[in-house]
Design a protein around this ligand. Structure first.
Ligand code: NOJ
Length: 505
């Protein structure tokens, strides 16, 4: 009898373990959305066609020699082919962005009929194939004319222009678009663009790493961040007043979120991690949920941090129906001086945050190590600290050297580990409603051009026809989405051996 009960316990443990490890798409709620993504400048190409005018991203990429998005994957001409690939893959949702300067070439005013037609056609094609669009309004590509006119996101004039652009999008596409993200990875966009100078429009204070021609890293990131929150809130208010009751969609802001964990179990590292969370997550999430910036930020940044008027605070609070999370890496945080992965600038966001950060996994530009517990930590933290809002994981994926192999097994392992993390988080009560792989196909990458890519489809950028070829990850995601691949089973190994014969570039 005793032996029998021990065996029984052993079997229960075994079953419990394999249950938490092995899962298929069917373990997720039916209305959970699995998808993949691109963004306008990285996918469309056709930068000077049919009335589009330059964005700050065109200007920025042409100012250095890491390639540009002039043609890139040529999504503008090949969107039908790409939607067909998405449908064959069983994609439930496609996240893409709208090029503001293609739709409204002067930044405000007249709508470009050809730009409008392109997005209408794309959305129609997705609808025909039963794929739900998730539209990002702003993905790093401000019309250059608005940057030239008043300095873009560091000027409050942007709020009115962004709202008018959003109005056109809601009016023209809202019948078929139920998920809107206003601004892509708002936090890191501001840090990259106004603190570090590594993304358009490339502002930073004079420093020994990057030669920016203009900027002020100690004030501009906070100013741009503030205007982003106000522009988002204004577009969200408009949507709710004018469109939501008819169109029944949701609108959210997305932030970039590193997983953050204390380096040691010392009290100091715990406090440092809380501070890093306040800066990286709370900066945008606290205003969106509670109407004001975190106390840690107010204390350190002082008068350089803009102040919300009572009316603004009310408008920003509750303006996000969901939170978009863009997640790739996890960092250990410490208070002890140690070689941090970020260059130590003499002023700006990282200086203000005042912590040291060490990568939790190998994270060179090639083949990142998966640290899925980092994502679980973010989802748990947001659940506990911000009233468990609905969440969409808007980007997750892994870069690999582009012209190496189609057998991107490491990418599959990475993605499946993170999908597992999302499932665990849901089981623990997180209201996460979607997961989107970055990226559907190879694209122009902002920091690395065409040397590395995240795509599940290989694009031959030397071929004028920009031929697409599936990588192993495309077959894997297809199998996962149609429920035939069981994670943590032999399925992936089988897929890999079937694929090897036909996988040369
Ligand atoms: C975030 C950005 O949204 C996207 O444009 C970029 O290509 C990926 N991360 C990868 O770096």
């Amino acid at each position: 009898m005793k032996h029998f009960s021990l065996l029984f316990i052993f079997l229960v443990i075994l079953l419990a373990t394999s249950y938490s490890d092995a899962f298929t798409r069917n373990n997720f709620p039916k209305d959970f959305l699995f998808g993949s993504a691109t963004s306008a400048y990285q996918w469309e190409g056709a930068v000077a066609e049919d009335g589009r005018t330059p964005s700050v991203w065109d200007t920025f990429s042409h100012s250095y020699n890491r390639g540009n998005g002039d043609i890139t994957s040529d999504g503008y001409h090949k969107y039908k082919e790409d939607v067909k690939l998405m449908a064959e893959m069983g994609l439930e949702s496609f996240r893409f962005s709208i090029s503001w300067s293609r739709l409204i070439p002067n930044g405000r005013g007249l709508v470009n009929p050809k730009g409008l037609l392109f997005y209408k056609n794309l959305i129609k094609e997705l609808k025909i194939h039963g794929i739900k669009p998730h539209v990002t309004l702003y993905h790093y590509d401000l019309p250059q004319c608005l940057e030239d006119e008043y300095g873009g996101w560091i000027n409050r004039k942007i709020i009115e222009d962004f709202t008018a652009f959003a109005d056109v999008c809601f009016r023209e596409f809202g019948e078929d678009v139920k998920l809107w993200t206003t601004i892509n990875e708002a936090t890191i966009f501001v840090i990259g663009s106004y603190d570090q100078g590594i993304s358009p429009p490339g502002h930073c204070s004079p420093n020994k790493f990057i030669n920016c021609t203009t900027g002020n890293s100690s004030t501009e990131p906070y100013l741009a961040g503030h205007n982003i929150l106000l522009a988002h809130a204004s577009a969200s208010k408009l949507y709710k007043l004018k469109y939501k009751s008819k169109q029944r969609g949701s609108i959210g802001l997305s932030i970039f979120a590193f997983g953050l964990s204390p380096y040691t179990n010392s009290k100091e590292d715990e406090i440092a991690t809380q501070r890093a969370k306040a800066f990286f997550y709370g900066w945008m999430l606290k205003p969106l949920v509670f109407g004001d910036y975190p106390d840690e930020m107010k204390r350190t940044v002082g008068s350089r941090l803009p102040v919300f008027s009572e009316e603004e605070s009310e408008q920003v609070k509750g303006s996000s129906d969901f939170i978009g999370i863009i997640h790739y890496l996890t960092l250990y945080v410490t208070n002890q001086p140690s070689p941090s992965i970020f260059p130590s600038m003499s002023e700006g966001f990282y200086k203000d945050m005042g912590v040291y950060m060490i990568s939790a996994g190998n994270s060179s530009f090639l083949a990142w190590e998966a640290t899925p517990w980092g994502l679980e930590g973010i989802l748990e933290y947001i659940k506990q600290s911000y009233n468990n809002p609905p969440i969409y994981i808007l980007e997750n994926g892994m870069p690999m050297e582009r012209v190496s192999t189609l057998q991107d097994t490491q990418r599959i392992e990475f993605i499946q580990a993170y999908i597992g993390a999302v499932l665990n988080a849901i089981k623990n009560g997180s209201d996460t409603r979607g997961y989107i792989v970055w990226s559907m196909i190879d694209l122009y990458e902002l920091l690395t051009g065409y040397t590395t890519s995240f795509g599940m489809y290989y694009v031959n950028f030397s071929d004028p026809g920009r031929k697409r070829t599936p990588k192993l990850s495309a077959s894997w995601y297809t199998g996962f989405l149609n429920g035939t691949i069981d994670i943590a089973s032999q399925d992936t190994i089988l897929l890999q051996s079937n694929f090897s014969g036909s996988s040369s570039l």
